[in-house]
Design a protein around this ligand. Structure first.
Ligand code: AHR
Length: 317
């Protein structure tokens, strides 16, 4: 009875947070030159996000200078320094690979009068150094995944965690939110956790190591910090002679097209949506700040948990 009450409270809280978020694109920005420092192409979600930002820039007549950092913070800092030195950008959009280590370069951009909008992941920097950040609530995503798993297992489950990039807001915050919820249920515990860096092949390798280190019958579920690693885990589970989504439950984050194929095939259980369409609100923020408007320090992007393609389609008509 106490468990049921706890689940009800969690679901009400996460439901309220989910419905509180909304963003509507304003448009504008024609003729602007904007530098976009992207993390890399580690996941299908990242590629969709890049494509969506480029398409939005083209639709608005924005000259987008795209820089792929290939997962290295130093490449992102070098790109920003080059844009500052060349003085050829009106603004910078930064998707930071990790949270720490940004104060110096953000201060340099500010001193040069170039506004910076943070997208996707968060930075641990003085908020006066950037205009705003356009991002989802990763803590909430972790809570949603955990709440679903609590419901599916009646609060009893040994979980293995496929961690994202260590030091990234996406991984650290999802881990925090997930742990907050399962801490309410003594029967839920994380028995193994290791990074797969948000990469499909690494997710598979880490899952293989979990399956050989543990008695597979002792693993109730996988919490993968993204869908790509979940898909890697599905392959590992099948190759171990087990049935994914039945013998071992799987919940992940992103809602990429491939994960809906897995849901259709009954090989995974749930995914939390991370919208790749952050380009529009980020460009809106650039336009607004260049027009002298004050913006909130966080422009949240909504996302819900889905257990079927039909439910996702119904929400995205
Ligand atoms: O920062 C968002 C995360 O980064 C996505 O969940 C993951 O797929 C990507 O690599």
């Amino acid at each position: 009875m106490r468990n049921i009450r706890r689940i009800a409270v969690i679901l009400v809280v996460v439901g309220l947070i989910a419905t509180a978020f909304s963003t509507a694109a304003q448009g504008g920005g024609e003729g602007l030159t904007i530098g976009f420092s992207q993390i890399g192409s580690e996941s299908a979600w990242r590629t969709s996000f890049t494509d969506a930002v480029k398409a939005e820039a083209e639709a608005r007549g924005i000259n987008l200078l795209f820089s792929d950092a290939q997962q290295e913070q130093e490449n992102q800092i070098a790109a920003i320094n080059a844009w500052i030195a060349q003085g050829d950008v009106d603004a910078i959009i930064l998707a930071p690979v990790v949270t720490s280590g940004w104060d110096v370069v953000l201060q340099e951009a500010k001193d040069a009068g170039i506004p910076v909008v943070i997208v996707d992941r968060n930075v641990d920097a003085d908020p006066s150094l950037y205009v705003t950040r356009v991002s989802s609530d990763f803590v909430h995503e972790g809570r949603l995944a955990a709440a679903w798993l609590v419901q599916a297992t009646s609060g009893n489950c040994n979980i293995v965690e496929l961690y994202g990039t260590v030091g990234s807001a996406a991984a650290e915050d999802r881990a925090t939110g997930f742990r907050e919820v399962i801490a309410l249920f003594p029967g839920m515990q994380i028995i193994r956790s290791e990074t797969g860096n948000f990469v499909r092949t690494e997710g598979k390798q880490v899952m293989e190591s979990f399956l050989s280190a543990e008695d597979p019958a002792n693993i109730c579920a996988v919490f993968a910090h993204n869908d790509d690693m979940a898909i890697g885990a599905i392959e590992a589970i099948k190759e171990a002679g087990l049935v994914p989504a039945q013998d071992i439950l799987i919940v992940s984050v992103d809602a990429i097209p491939d994960i809906f194929d897995s849901l259709d095939a009954g090989e995974t259980n749930a995914t939390v949506e991370l919208s790749p369409f952050m380009g529009a609100p980020a460009f809106d923020a650039v336009v607004a700040t260049l027009a002298g408007e004050e913006l909130p320090k966080w422009i949240p992007v909504a996302g819900s948990l889905y257990t079927s393609r039909a439910a996702y389609d119904a929400d995205h008509q």
